[in-house]
Design a protein around this ligand. Sequence first.
Ligand code: SF4
Length: 148
Amino acid sequence: MDHTPRALFAMISAGLEDEVLSSNTPWYCVSCYACTTRCPQNIPITDIMYTLKEMAIRAGRYDHPHAAKFSETFIGFVEQRGRSFEAGLATRYHLFHHPQQVIKLGIMGVGMLRRNRLPLRPKSIRQIDQLQAILAEAKALAAKEVEA
Ligand code: SF4
């Protein structure tokens, strides 16, 4: 991300519209709602990220190809486990797409581990097979729509 979500919101407050709309940060938001559910001020961060993407598209600023790769990595975890796994998401994405940043990421991860803010093991939802069946059906329906 060009800016952390916190920095992006400070930029919005400062009226830095051009910089905000050019930032790739909203494009890395995978709508996991982790920030929204944890925000002590009840700020709908995920919805605001969507709004920023929409504004950027209208302004013709949506050329962030790495964001699609990040989103694919996120979707891979959701398909396997039914939920995101932050440590795995960041590690897998960087290993495949930005290996030179893995050390920097590791240092940040150690800090988060020390503060107990980063689970080390992924958890799956119960009855993951049911979710996978729903996703398979959704993909089949989408493929039919593309063919039609
Ligand atoms: S919804 Fe998830 S990915 Fe998007 S900003 Fe919040 S924590 Fe990050």
